[in-house]
Design a protein around this ligand. Structure first.
Ligand SMILES: [Zn+2]
Length: 71
C-alpha cells in the first residue's frame, strides 16, 4: 500500500476479478467529438464509467445483463 510500484504489481496479480474492469460494453462515438465515447445503452461517457460496471446507469441494459449473469 505504501509502495506504489508494488501496488501496481498486485493490480495485475489480482486481475481475475471478473467485475473489476468491464470494458466490453457496446460503445458509440459522440457526434463531433472524436475522442469521446459513451455506452450505447445508458449513454454514460466512457470516462465516467471508467471501466466499472457500477458506473453505468442503474437501468443500463448492459449493466443489468452483466449483473444478471453474475448473480
Ligand atoms: Zn451503460
Amino acid at each position: 500500500m505504501s509502495n506504489p510500484s508494488a501496488k501496481a504489481g498486485n493490480y495485475y496479480a489480482s486481475a481475475p476479478y471478473q467485475n473489476a474492469f468491464d470494458i466490453e460494453y457496446p460503445q458509440e462515438n459522440l457526434d463531433g467529438q472524436m475522442y469521446q465515447y459513451r455506452c450505447k445503452h445508458c449513454k454514460k461517457l466512457t470516462t465516467e464509467i471508467n471501466g466499472l460496471l457500477q458506473n453505468h446507469a442503474m437501468d443500463c441494459a448492459y449493466r443489468l445483463a452483466r449483473e444478471g449473469r453474475r448473480a
